[in-house]
Design a protein around this ligand. Structure first.
Ligand SMILES: [Zn+2]
Ligand SMILES: [Zn+2]
Length: 81
């Protein structure tokens, strides 16, 4: 029964599995769902020092790849962590 429910999650693209970085200093991540074997990829930057310039955006450099990233400040919590 639980298996069926979990399989249903996969149908809705809610896969399990842990995102891992492919290579050092590059921000591409991949994961494989342990339930259905679906592979996914995404880009996840790691910025520790967000700085606001007074507008509704703040920016900071990614610790891994060094790219400048920006995110919206408003509404609060709209960004992914
Ligand atoms: Zn899955
Ligand atoms: Zn990055």
């Amino acid at each position: 029964m639980l298996d069926m429910l979990l399989a249903l999650l996969c149908d809705f693209q809610l896969h399990a599995g842990t995102w891992v970085y492919d290579v050092d200093r590059v921000c591409a991540q991949t994961r494989m769902c342990p339930r259905c074997g679906e592979k996914g990829s995404r880009v996840e930057h790691v910025v520790s020092g967000w700085k606001s310039d007074g507008s509704l955006e703040e920016s900071g450099y990614c610790n891994r790849c060094g790219q400048l990233q920006t995110r919206a400040v408003w509404p609060p919590n709209s960004h992914r962590r």
